[in-house]
Design a protein around this ligand. Sequence first.
Ligand code: COI
Length: 356
Amino acid sequence: SSSLLRRDATLSDTYSDAVELANLDWDNLGFGLLPTDYMYSMKCDRGGNFSNGELQRFGNIELNPSSGVLNYGQGLFEGLKAYRKHDDSILLFRPEENALRMRMGAERMCMPAPTVDQFVEAVKATVLANKRWIPPTGKGSLYIRPLLMGTGAVLGLAPAPEYTFLIYVSPVGNYFKEGVAPISLVVEHELHRATPGGTGGVKTIGNYAAVLKAQSAAKAKGYSDVLYLDCVHKKYLEEVSSCNIFVVKGNVISTPAVKGTILPGITRKSIIDVACSQGFQVEERLVEVGELLQADEVFCTGTAVVISPVGSITYRGQRVSYVEGGFGPVAQRLYSTLTSLQMGLIEDNMNWTVQL
Ligand code: COI
């Protein structure tokens, strides 16, 4: 990371001085953009090779009006978090997984992508350069947002001739305004986020634009978010706008299998492993909407969301309620283990964290 910073003497001077915490109201972080000091940018050549990435002051970027990302949605994003430990060291959670997912998505979207090494090194450099924005232990995390976009100009529909990999970061607290209190979901049975053969299984920007209408309508009615159904049978659970979903019944934890229409969440995958290691039976399969009626607990997982208990789900006017007021016992146990691992409070026997 030091070679990245050495390019610009002022950057490395600032970086070495930036040991004190930024002046923020650390007790009231939500999930909104708080501008930080630096972003990372790396372009690829026409052969699709990325090189000469560098840290730059965080700020607006210039784009050709005809760029692939603006005109045809050729773009992907990722999300991961850095936590500050009590000893001031920093932990990243499974950054190679994000790198690999970006590479899979890039293949689907006809984009070249950074190597896993380039991705992880760039994340590390960006986090270190913005260290003063990582919340104190227990107050939140630094959300890291890598982007991959077609920045070259195209007019006819085709892959862009040039790409940019960019990373920015922001300190964050809880994703939902409910905090860690249970959220209320409404099942959407008309609008869909993904179709078989489409792009639902990759983290392309368009998937998120596609859910805004249903999400806005749900929020206007007082729900926290929307739970989507498969678009063919209109009866199997898919995911929530910003996270995956799990249904608990006794010792069995079920979640929709990822088969192209569901985002393969890294928190999802981690929770499956944690739940298995704790003796739960985990089933990745088709989960029918009717199963929500019988569930003991329902919870959502995501990098931004972490684990959010679901307090109620409404489907065609019928409302089912789960645990009142807080986490159910299963979600609580999984949440404690996962967050303790992420924050370095327990030994990382999964080998998931990367210390900086
Ligand atoms: C994340 O959880 O990191 C995501 O990318 C979801 C996003 C809608 C905040």
